[in-house]
Design a protein around this ligand. Sequence first.
Ligand code: ATP
Ligand code: MG
Length: 137
Amino acid sequence: MEQTLSIIKPDAVQKNVIGEIISRFEQNGLRIAAMKRIQLSKREAEGFYYVHKDRPFFDSLTTFMTEGPIVVMVLEGEDAIAKNRAIMGATNPENAEPGTIRKDFAESIERNAVHGSDSAESAAFEILFFFAGMEIR
Ligand code: ATP
Ligand code: MG
């Protein structure tokens, strides 16, 4: 069993599609092992997306991530990291496959509805960033 971190980003929370997005994870065999709805500060968003600190979109991305509440989850299942990325679709919704979350809910390459860890190392960092061990069951 593998765990990965998922975020429903502020654009999708604002659209009132939390339930529809969570259903896709459940329908594809992922289990929610932890979940909370929070709003990030700018400093927290910068800490979370630290790997992108030198990218031209860093300031815009971290401002977007603070504009409203997000839902943060630990998803668990076989190949959870890759499976979640497949369910999400490509970063740019214009390139996302039909039936993926980003194809159906994303507005743009930045306002793209969801985040998912991209490796075992980033999943470990990202889960610890948001959750204490006793919050994951
Ligand atoms: P995430 O890490 O959020 O799951 P990802 O792994 O598909 O997405 P990354 O390359 O890690 O994509 O980029 C992180 C986030 O930064 C993207 O999800 C998107 O919100 C934003 N982003 C990426 N590229 C751009 C860009 N060219 N312009 C604006 N925002 C971007
Ligand atoms: Mg990424």
